[in-house]
Design a protein around this ligand. Structure first.
Ligand code: ADP
Length: 403
């Protein structure tokens, strides 16, 4: 008798990159992690870390023409560690899919009908869904017999009430073009809100949490009893917080003003707001470490960019406190949220009236573990909770194939 397969491969396929992790769900451990970058260029690069064997990180440089070549290179690396994709121990492949529209509220076994639906959503996720589809098709070709599961970034937010998800614009126009607030980073918000409840020794159904996912992309969510009731990203990941290169909230009139007055095209405005705005637009840097260093040297543009970033965060903290009515915890996560103590301190400064504060010593601790940074006995628990989107995708994938 052979044991049931317990391994899950997680693939996060971007337009020119693939991030992957192989996990063993029975043993709750990561067997291998890696990344292929610059697919389609002469300078493609694969970085593979074989955690199971404890071997050294391996780096391969050289052209990989497409996702097919990239995934075959990943498969070869895994095979070299005795973890080949042909292994009977592989239970499924879990794919991150950015946009699942309204249809996909749960992880879904991928078949042709599901792929068609993900394709139908390309107009609302032109940068992401095509790459996700390519990754899925390539993995299917490699292991046609294996369940391939899609885990959607938007799924966690499909519980938002209509008064939070609908924009106040003409209903017929909005519906004709599927314009509404979908939200993104859902896998992270789901994982972090649940992990925060556990940190408090509570069931997710018992707590209201504001999650601040602050990476290069950034979003906030209000999670009531385990269900998302509001989130800051909208039709696309442009809305909401100030991000590394994205503006977040602006008056929509800025766009037609730019068209009429500056003669910019839709594509140029898209590029401006997505790539040349946010922190990079304000001060030329989008890395919070660099911004803090410049502030320490007295740089005024960096200081203003930081203040604008923090001001927006505070507005969302206030708004989501009102939306939730009662807040049990605020959780900081992702690159900035997990590492930038000054951002956490500044975002919480002056919010004692909302029951929110950070303890300076606790905030200064560096750790990979979830931890509380609020003072003892605070009304609202403020926490740093490292996100783990790959683990969340693996768990959802494994739960579906073993159900
Ligand atoms: P994404 O997944 O959106 O690309 P991450 O969650 O990895 O982003 O976050 C990347 C960002 O985290 C960097 O741009 C940088 O601003 C910030 N960051 C990473 N490490 C630190 C650190 N030690 N201190 C401050 N900010 C950091």
């Amino acid at each position: 008798m052979t044991a049931n397969p317990t391994r899950v491969l997680v693939l996060n396929s971007g337009s020119s990159s693939v991030k992957y992790q192989l996990l063993d769900m029975a043993e709750s451990r990561r067997l291998a992690v890696g990344l292929v970058e610059r697919i389609g260029e002469e300078t493609s690069r694969l970085v593979h870390t074989p955690l199971a064997t404890g071997g050294a990180r391996r780096v391969h440089e050289g052209p990989m023409a497409d996702h097919d070549a990239a995934l075959k290179a990943v498969a070869a690396e895994l095979a070299a560690d005795g973890l080949g994709l042909d292994s009977p121990q592989l239970a499924a492949i879990g794919h991150r899919v950015v946009h699942g529209g309204l249809k996909f509220t749960e992880p879904t076994v991928i078949d042709e009908v599901v792929l068609k639906e993900i394709e139908r959503l390309v107009p609302v996720a032109p940068l992401h869904n095509p790459a996700n589809i390519t990754g899925i098709r390539t993995a299917q070709a490699l292991r046609p017999d294996l369940p391939q599961i899609a885990v959607f970034d938007t799924a966690f937010h499909t519980t938002m009430p209509e008064y939070a998800s609908r924009y106040a614009i003409d209903v017929a126009t909005a519906d004709a073009h599927r314009i509404r607030r979908y939200g993104f980073h859902g896998t992270s918000h789901a994982y972090v809100s649940r992990r925060t409840a556990r940190l408090l020794g509570k069931d997710p159904s018992e707590v209201n949490v504001i999650v601040l996912h602050l990476g290069n992309g950034a979003s906030a969510s209000a999670v009531a009893g385990g269900r998302c009731v509001d989130t800051s990203m909208g039709l696309t990941p442009l809305e909401g917080l100030v991000m590394g290169t994205r503006s977040g909230d602006i008056d929509p009139a800025v766009t037609f003003h730019l068209k009429r007055v500056a003669g910019m095209s839709a594509d140029e405005i898209d590029e401006l707001l997505n790539k040349r705005s946010g922190l990079v637009g304000l001060c030329g840097d989008n890395d919070m470490r660099e911004i803090r260093r410049r502030i320490d040297e007295g740089d005024k543009a960096a200081a203003l960019a930081f203040d604008i970033y923090i001001h927006r965060l505070k507005k969302y903290l206030g708004a989501y406190t009102a939306v939730l009515g009662r807040v049990d915890a605020v959780a900081f996560t992702a690159g900035v949220g997990e590492n930038a103590a000054p951002v956490r301190a500044a975002a919480m400064a002056g919010l004692e009236g909302l029951g929110m504060a950070v303890d300076a010593d606790r905030n200064a601790v560096r750790s990979d573990e979830p931890r509380l940074i609020s003072p003892e006995g605070a009304r609202v628990a403020v926490a740093v909770v490292p996100t783990d989107e790959e683990l969340e995708i693996a768990q959802q994938t494994y739960a579906l194939v073993t159900a």
